[in-house]
Design a binder for this molecule. Sequence first.
Ligand code: 13P
Length: 251
Amino acid sequence: MRRKIVAGNWKMNTTLNDGLRLAGEVKEDAEKGLPEGVSLIVAPPFTHLTGIREILADSIGLSAQNCATDDSGAFTGEVSAKMIASTGAEYVIIGHSERRLFFRESDKELNKKVKIALANDLTPIFCCGENLHEREKGIYKEVVRNQIELGFTGLNEDDFRKIIIAYEPVWAIGTGKTATPEQAQDMHSFIRDLVKKLYNSDTASTTSILYGGSCKPSNAREIFENSDVDGGLIGGASLNADDFLAIARSF
Ligand code: 13P
């Protein structure tokens, strides 16, 4: 069985006080109950990790949104996987399209980040997805295949089994335009097949693949119903505890 996960990527939103309040609301609402087998993860900004770890129950996972390619050194402004792990966080988002686009993160760097995260016992939530131009040109599967093959280069099966994948079509992020359930299922099953080719069918069947891109309470159910969709990576809607929990309860 693979895990069902609903993760909230807060991006660069909330002051520390607002973030602590939001985490408290998420915790309180989650305690009212979640569908069986569904886990929650929140990914606040770095500055909030320590404070939020104290607020969240152990049952809610804590994630950073990025990590450095090295453990320590003269890299002004960077935050390492080792530092993230020392806050009590268990996950780190790697390769979000905003990092790839605005911060020019290359596949090679992302591969390094995946490896350093694993070396520090963090679970990478690895993002992939095509932009609108690539979708319209019909090359979206090649784009995602490349991102996955390059992002996981050199990872053995044991390490790969710790990975969570998030398929986030760039054209659906923050645009209000969600992938149709058919488009999501098509890409998720393509990714699972690729994992099967790179590793084996047992590994493929246990890899959680989340969907991200304008996922909200009104459309989560039809997306999560697909056999290869194991949950969501939620942006905007995760900034409201009611909406975030309503999405988690869509399973
Ligand atoms: P939105 O849910 O705001 O479209 O963002 C999705 C996302 O980028 C999550 O990582």
